[in-house]
Design a binder for this molecule. Structure first.
Ligand SMILES: [Zn+2]
Length: 123
């Protein structure tokens, strides 16, 4: 048996949590249905809203204060602040969202965490 793969490293690289080789994403933010290298089935896994929550916290804590500092220190007009920082915020958010979707998917895979549905509880 091989050593378990580090879920954060494979997640940041957007790789399969099972083999570490195949691509986890088929598009920028869309998970592939299965691993192209080891054929692991990704269809039951979903990171849900978790990555978006972390992105909101990270961007809200680090990027928004930088935009406010830009405006206050340079005494920049609001239109300039918006033109400069809106693209930065959007691009950083998308980049972080991909990284965190990969990490959370890999962590869920490692810990065998699946979404619990009401039919699973009622028996
Ligand atoms: Zn794989």
């Amino acid at each position: 048996m091989t050593a378990p793969l580090p879920p954060i490293a494979t997640g940041l690289r957007g790789r399969c949590p099972s083999c570490g080789e195949g691509a986890l994403f088929q598009a920028f933010l869309t998970y592939a249905p299965r691993c192209e290298a080891c054929h692991a089935d990704f269809s039951l896994e979903d990171a849900g809203d978790g990555p978006a929550v972390f992105v909101i916290f990270i961007v809200g804590i680090f990027i928004i204060p930088m935009a406010l500092g830009f405006s206050m220190i340079l005494d920049a007009p609001m239109w300039l602040t918006l033109i400069v920082w809106i693209p930065i915020i959007v691009l950083v958010s998308l980049w972080l969202l991909r990284l965190l979707r990969g990490v959370m998917f890999n962590l869920q895979w490692k810990h065998d965490a699946l979404e619990v549905k009401s039919k699973d509880i009622r028996k």
